[in-house]
Ligand binder design. Structure first.
Ligand code: BDR
Ligand code: CA
Length: 309
């Protein structure tokens, strides 16, 4: 068997973040070194509780560290219309998780783990990039230790403003720092995650599995599908965040191009936009492996078999 990828999942659960954690936990190709939480879909208190509850459900024994409560510069913004008041509305979960957070800030946890590593750890941010930026600011030496940053964010169009995607918009200053850090960045933006949209047939196949985890995912997706219909008029829900972990399990699911991506932090209408130079017009060196296509059969096959585990 090929080597296990060591990952730190930096997230704001979040329906699709939760599915991403489940996919990672189910795979014998992934070793979760820890989960770090950030303010994004809802406040960090809530995203942390949600991460702990997902760990309880999975019996997942990994450290969970709570992180940034607000972006580097900007005022906080949340997405309750998409993820509900709790950030994980839909399934009935115990109010108080059994699992507890560790007594260390997410940024410090990331720094400590990376400095102690031999450069084999991959960071997987699926929320705003605040924790990663804070860690890079506090200890720039970690940049050389990060194997890869595999993130969900951005795209050539937006879902929060006409041009900006939520994760990047919420903390564009953090995104700017991360994209310019020199660390290899693999980006799953809306161009590809909107190709990973549930269909009624997929929901039926998940319902047929009949395990506690598949039921939980079914309930998450029922809620997520409802809000995506209400807010965007979509017929299904994009499983944005799980694309990152799917890539780490099976790279062949996705198609990529290597491009320059710069982050807009000043524009009146374009704050938080990822400027993706697909035609190489800037002449600036490429800094991102940009996912543009997905093999849907392989993607859903992977997710369904994970849920059957
Ligand atoms: C991203 O924003 C959040 O709503 C999702 O969890 C995902 O990470 C999609 O724009
Ligand atoms: Ca997320």
């Amino acid at each position: 068997m090929s080597e296990k990828r060591k990952v730190i999942l930096d997230c704001d659960p979040g329906h699709d973040d939760a599915i991403s954690i489940i996919l990672a936990a189910s795979s014998d190709r992934i070793q979760i070194e820890g989960i770090t939480t950030v303010a994004g879909n809802v406040e960090v208190e809530k995203t942390t509780l949600n991460a702990l509850k997902v760990c309880d459900l999975l019996g997942l024994n990994v450290p969970v560290a709570r992180g940034a409560e607000q972006p580097l510069v900007k005022v906080r913004e949340f997405a309750p219309d998409i993820h509900g008041y709790s950030g994980l509305d839909g399934p009935q979960l115990p109010k108080v998780p059994q699992k507890k957070v560790i007594d260390q800030h997410a940024g410090d946890f990331i720094i400590e783990r990376l400095l102690a590593s031999d450069g084999e750890i991959t960071l997987v941010p699926t929320g705003p990039l605040t924790n990663i930026a804070l860690a890079l600011q506090k200890e720039p030496a970690i940049a050389e230790k990060i194997r890869e940053i595999v993130l969900m964010g951005g795209g050539t169009f937006g879902n929060w403003t006409p041009t900006a995607e939520f994760n990047i918009y919420v903390d564009a200053e953090a995104a700017e720092l991360v994209f310019n850090s020199g660390v290899p960045v693999t980006m799953f933006g809306l161009d590809v995650t909107h190709q990973a949209i549930t269909t009624p047939a997929i929901l039926d196949r998940i319902a047929l599995i009949g395990s506690p985890i598949s039921e939980f995912v079914g309930e998450l997706l029922a809620y997520f599908t409802k809000t995506y219909k209400e807010v965007f008029g979509f017929e299904g829900a994009p499983i944005h965040d799980a694309c990152t972990v799917a890539y780490l399990i099976d790279e062949s699911i996705f198609e990529f191009e290597t491009v320059r991506v710069d982050i807009e932090t000043k524009g009146e209408f374009t704050y938080g936009t990822t400027c993706v130079d697909r035609l190489h017009v800037t002449g600036r060196g490429a800094n991102v492996k940009f996912a543009r296509g997905i093999d849907q059969e392989k993607f859903w096959g992977l997710l369904l078999s994970a849920l059957k585990e």
